[in-house]
Design a protein around this ligand. Structure first.
Ligand SMILES: [Mg+2]
Length: 387
């Protein structure tokens, strides 16, 4: 089998803008954004896809990257040599880790479609569902708003709930406050209100999105220990490792990360050796499924868990081929309260026939089982909205 073309399909997709950069206020408006599908075409008619852009968190390739970098490297090659192609892409200075991730994901999807199997099965499937946690949008409003969303999530069947509280926004006005990115005292009030609302049985986490100082992280972490939170994610800027090493040594609550550190599984191995975090983290934007597979296996070998960052079809394949002990949760969100304009998370995106993360009544995501990564695109919508 030979790759004969790589196409970039870009199409309009309505998304909601938010009142302020970080505001996520109630004044959001619908606008058109651009979603893209990278499509790898072979001489045997088998194709592979990766999706990215405004709907999902995942990187959407640019046309100049496809034309200038990807096609010269991939066209004429056997797509099943994806290990070799990954090495080529990783070693090419023009490829970002996110672009490697996009192309690697499409190659895995193609391999699954060629074999008539899901990527989770190709990797060695261990489960078809995974526990979900409800992951809130940030800057939702008062602690009461978070408490309401937590209760709604519990009623929906979620067994776990992760707070994104106030990030670069004033907790009272929700207006941007770029000079004061963190509001740790207000964040603790949110965490307290959530614990009071849902009681002891729900697993709770906090993700301050990297805005705390070391001292703020220690202060908040001790409060989270008092409130019996399960993990404390990405509290500080991840470009510095030493503050994380000190924080992890100081606190009992597990620190989860790094989420955004460059370097794929290689940098994550360094964080493990440094004892900088207690629970790992990665997603397919960092070198694709190939790098995630290696990262998750590395963490498992050290007796550590790895919480996959965000949902999506690629991460779902990693969850499906990894035990619950190592990858416990599927991150579902970001979620808004039911009375918010974005309150219905379960609407299927217009470009898909099926979402990647339907939930059962017991708080589990039913992982995609279709061939490849399990995409089932709504091609009519895509064709009618090409950019
Ligand atoms: Mg995070």
């Amino acid at each position: 089998m030979k790759i004969i073309d790589v196409e970039l399909i870009q199409f309009r997709l309505p998304v909601f803008s938010h009142g302020t950069k970080w505001g996520y206020g109630t004044d959001c408006e619908q606008q058109d954004g651009v979603q893209s599908i990278t499509k790898i075409v072979t001489d045997e008619g088998v194709e592979g896809y990766a999706s990215g852009g405004v709907h999902s968190y995942f990187y959407g390739a640019k046309s100049e990257e496809i034309e200038g970098l990807v096609k010269p490297l991939l066209v004429g090659q056997d797509p099943l040599d994806r290990g070799m192609l990954w090495e080529w892409m990783k070693g090419h200075r023009g490829f970002s880790e996110a672009l490697v991730g996009n192309i690697d994901s499409a190659l895995w999807d193609l391999a699954g479609r060629a074999a008539g199997q899901s990527v989770a099965s190709l990797m060695g499937r261990v489960r078809t569902k995974a526990k979900a946690y409800a992951s809130t949008a940030p800057n939702l409003g008062s602690p009461d708003v978070y408490a309401k969303l937590a209760l709604e999530s519990k009623e929906r069947g979620y067994t776990a709930f992760k707070v994104h509280a106030y990030i670069y926004a004033d907790p009272d006005t929700l207006e941007p406050s770029p000079g004061k990115p963190a509001s740790p005292v207000a964040d603790i009030e949110v965490c307290e209100a959530v614990r009071d609302a849902v009681g002891d049985s729900m697993t709770l986490m906090l993700d301050p999105w990297g805005v705390y100082s070391l001292q703020e992280s220690i202060m908040v972490g001790r409060e989270l220990e008092r409130l019996d939170y399960y993990f404390f994610e990405h509290p500080m800027d991840e470009r510095a490792v030493e503050p994380y090493r000190r924080l992890s040594g100081e606190l009992d609550i597990p620190i989860c990360g790094p989420e955004l550190a460059a370097g794929m599984h290689y940098s994550r191995a360094e964080w493990v050796v440094q004892k900088a975090t207690d629970i790992g983290r990665i997603d397919v934007n960092f070198g694709g499924l190939t790098a995630c597979r290696r990262a998750v296996d590395m963490y498992e070998s050290f007796g550590l868990a790895c919480e996959m960052h965000v949902g999506g079809f690629g991460n779902a394949a990693i969850l499906g081929s990894t035990t619950q002990e190592t990858c416990e949760f599927f991150e579902r969100g970001l979620l808004f309260p039911s009375d918010h304009p974005l309150g219905d998370y379960d609407v299927t995106p217009l470009y898909l026939k099926e979402p990647c993360d339907p939930m059962d009544g017991e708080g589990n995501v039913l992982l995609p089982q279709g061939d490849g990564l399990g995409f089932d695109f709504e091609w009519d919508y895509i064709g009618d909205n090409l950019v």
